[in-house]
Design a protein around this ligand. Sequence first.
Ligand code: AMP
Length: 119
Amino acid sequence: MAYDPDNIFAKILNGDIPCDKVYEDEYVLAFNDIAPQAPVHVLVIPKGQYVSIDDFGANASEAEITGFYRAVAKISQDLGLVDLGFRSIANTGEHGGQEVPHFHMHILGGGPVGPMVCA
Ligand code: AMP
């Protein structure tokens, strides 16, 4: 699937649409989900143009991949989620229920987040 430069997260990255920013560095932007599914629900997105986790893992540079996961670690630590735990999810494609075609990791926590997969 080709990257759509008009997707909503691309518009957040280029400043066309605002977001409730949680963290930003050279590699990622993290912001609160507009429709939170848990007391804490943050989305972490790479600044590069990657459609999905498989696109990111296959085509991003080692620096981008390292930067992304270091940021996930820092954000979860800074949000106080590490001791009691949290869930990280990357929905992918049609069967995965991915709505926005720019790779993003959901970080959900701040309380029990329920069963892993709801039918
Ligand atoms: P997914 O289904 O994994 O693609 O998740 C997309 C997520 O993006 C959903 O949880 C939406 O609530 C969230 N979302 C959509 N638009 C925005 C926005 N403008 N700001 C923050 N979160 C958004």
